[in-house]
Design a protein around this ligand. Structure first.
Ligand code: SAM
Ligand code: SF4
Length: 334
C-alpha cells in the first residue's frame, strides 16, 4: 500500500513548506506598468521547462508534502497546451488544491475546462473598473474582456474567485471602495496588494506610489465596517469580512506587514529555478537536475530537500535604498 506523502520540506527556521507557486511562462499578453517594462524581452522557448518537466516537478513537490500548487506567470493561460499540465497536476494524489492566478484575458474560453480539471479557486487581477485606465495600467488589456471572464468563471462553477488589485497612489487609489463594491455585488473575494520593487520597470517612483494596506483598510472602513477574520488561504493575505456578505477582503502587505514568519511557500520559475523567497535571489537550478538526471525522482527530491537550507529568514526589498531584486514579477511568478 502506498503511504501518504510526508511533510519533509522544513527550513532552518522551522517553517514547513507545503505550497508551491509554479510559473508556467514569463510571457504575457498584458504589460502591466508595475510588472514589466514596455519593451519586455521574453526568454527563448528552449530555456523553459517543458510541460512534462513541470508535471514531473509538481509530482516531486507533492511527494515531499506540498499540498497546494498555484500556477502563475507571466500569464499562465497563454502557454500552449497548459491544460495538459493542469490535468496532470490536478490528478496528483496528495495534492489538496490546484489554483491559478490569471489576468483574465483568456479565461472566458478556458473556464469550463479549468473547472472540469478540478480547479476550484482562481485569482483574477483587476486594478481598475474604468476602461481607459485599465488599458493604461495594463498597456494592452481590455476591461470588457476581463469582466466577461469573471462572469464566465462564475458560470463555469469555479467556487471561489478572488480579485487581486495592486493599488498605486495617483493611479487607482481612488477606486478602492468601488472595487470592494464590485466584489461584494458578485460575492467575490478581493485582495489589495502593495506594489513590490521587483525588476526595473522604467521611470516609476515605486516608493512614492506606495499605498499601505492600513491606508486602504481605513478608506474601506469609512464605508463598510471591516471585521477581522482568522481565515487563511495558505497565502500571505490577511482577511476581513463585511457583515452580511460572503466576500473576504484581503490585504497583502509585503512592505508594511512582514509575513515572513509564517512563510510556507517557494516558487519555481518557468526556467526551473527554485526561488526560496520572493524578496531575495537565493535559488537552485532544478532544470539542471531534471535534465542531467531525466526521470530520476530521488535526485530531484534530494535537490529540493537540500534547497530548504537556503531559504532566508525574511525578505529585504531594498539595500541602501536601492531595490535589490533584479527579477521582474513575471519572471518571479506572482
Ligand atoms: N498574469 C497573471 C496576473 O496578472 O494575474 C499572473 C502573474 S502576475 C505576476 C501575479 C500577480 O502579481 C498579479 O495579481 C499582479 O497584479 C501582481 N504583481 C505584478 N507585479 C507586481 C509588483 N511589482 N508588486 C506587487 N504585485 C505585483
Ligand atoms: Fe502580465 Fe500579470 Fe504581469 Fe500584468 S501582472 S504584465 S498580466 S504577468
Amino acid at each position: 500500500m502506498q503511504s501518504e506523502p510526508q511533510a519533509v520540506l522544513e527550513d532552518r527556521f522551522g517553517r514547513v513548506v507545503d505550497y508551491l507557486r509554479l510559473s508556467v511562462t514569463d510571457r504575457c499578453d498584458f504589460r502591466c506598468v508595475y510588472c514589466m517594462a514596455e519593451d519586455m524581452r521574453f526568454l527563448p522557448r528552449q530555456q523553459l521547462l517543458t510541460l512534462e518537466e513541470m508535471a514531473f516537478l509538481g509530482q516531486a513537490f507533492v511527494s515531499l508534502g506540498v499540498k497546494r500548487i498555484r500556477l502563475t506567470g507571466g500569464e499562465p493561460l497563454v502557454r500552449k497546451n497548459v491544460m495538459s499540465l493542469i490535468g496532470n497536476l490536478g490528478s496528483l494524489r496528495g495534492l489538496d488544491e490546484l489554483t491559478l492566478t490569471t489576468n483574465g484575458s483568456q479565461l472566458r474560453n478556458t473556464a469550463p475546462a479549468l473547472a472540469a480539471a478540478g480547479v476550484r479557486r482562481i485569482n483574477i487581477s483587476l486594478d481598475s473598473l474604468h476602461p481607459e485606465r485599465f488599458s493604461a495600467i495594463t498597456r494592452t488589456g481590455k476591461l470588457p474582456q476581463v469582466l466577461s471572464s469573471i462572469e464566465a468563471a462564475q458560470q463555469a462553477g469555479i467556487e471561489r474567485i478572488k480579485l487581486n488589485s495592486v493599488i498605486v497612489r495617483g493611479q487607482n487609489d481612488d477606486e478602492v471602495v468601488a472595487l470592494v463594491e464590485f466584489a461584494l455585488a458578485r460575492s467575490l473575494d478581493i485582495s489589495f496588494i502593495e506594489e513590490m520593487p521587483l525588476g526595473d520597470v522604467g521611470c516609476r517612483d515605486r516608493q512614492g506610489g506606495l499605498v499601505t494596506s492600513e491606508e486602504i483598510r481605513q478608506r474601506i472602513g469609512d464605508y463598510y465596517p471591516l471585521l477581522a477574520s482568522t481565515e487563511s488561504t495558505a497565502g500571505p493575505s490577511r482577511y476581513y469580512r463585511i457583515a452580511g456578505s460572503t466576500s473576504r477582503i484581503g490585504f497583502i502587505s509585503p512592505h508594511s506587514h512582514n509575513f515572513c514568519d509564517s512563510c510556507n511557500r517557494v516558487r519555481v520559475t518557468c526556467e526551473g529555478r527554485l526561488l526560496l523567497c520572493l524578496g531575495n535571489e537565493h535559488s537552485v537550478d532544478l532544470r539542471a537536475v531534471i535534465r542531467r538526471y531525466p526521470q530520476d525522482m530521488p535526485a530531484l527530491q534530494n535537490a529540493i530537500v537540500n534547497a530548504m537550507a537556503l531559504k532566508p529568514e525574511r525578505h529585504y526589498f531594498y539595500h541602501d535604498d536601492k531595490p535589490q531584486v533584479l527579477r521582474f514579477m513575471n519572471a518571479t511568478g506572482g
